[in-house]
Design a protein around this ligand. Sequence first.
Ligand SMILES: [Zn+2]
Length: 268
Amino acid sequence: MDLAAFQTFQASLHLAAEQSTAIVLRTIEFSETSLIVTLLTREFGRVSAMAKGARRPKGPFEGALDLLAVCRVVVLRKSSDSLDLLTEAKLHRRFRGGERSLERVYGGYYIAEMLRLLTDDHDPHPNVYDLTIRTLQQIDGIGEVASSLTYFDAQILRMLGHSPGTDRCTDCGSKVMGSSRIAFSLSSGGIVCNQCRGRQRQTISVRGRVIDEIKRLQSTDAELPTKVPAELYVELRAILNRYIQTVVGSVPRMQPFLPSVTRTETNV
Ligand SMILES: [Zn+2]
């Protein structure tokens, strides 16, 4: 189809052109020349769109559709169930984690996977988009990967209404008396008091300091760069992983590749 014909076709479908900045979350080969891309756009949330000609050597998107690239896009939104159409993508910033370390590459993949799992098509969350940009700057640059990803998880869960309960018993609402260890219930989504503990299906005993650290990381005041204390990290990551599995209903594929330790500045 030539351009004029395409424009007529496009007009006939009453497509609305939408412009936004976007982060590339996934690309799938569709044909010899086309890709299906999943984008997180700032204005419209997650979008899946067909990128025609994207696989041609000198195609119209020129490197803008690499994983985690940040670009300016124009998407034609279809009114029916069919895929949206990506007509423009102009590269702003490429993800360069791969030039630094495997840990940074995996960190980037993890972020992309979490965004695919936790967000919905056409459900915009500009704060999640901005959080992702800030986190990628750490992962892609010299920020500490383990702490940055833990912060990302705590913040995105809060922004999307999935924060684990860390203040009161998530079953009866009563105050949980501070002690060195607190019961965390996966079925009720947070800490539980001693009375409620017995009727939970799955509880994990967690150090009170780990709960305090989760509380700190998910607060609206927390910022990047941040540092999770090394002595809390392993336990915190483990509970967060289990909690996220409960929220998304599966084990994220990149979860086993998360950093196993936090790093100090001397061993980056
Ligand atoms: Zn209770």
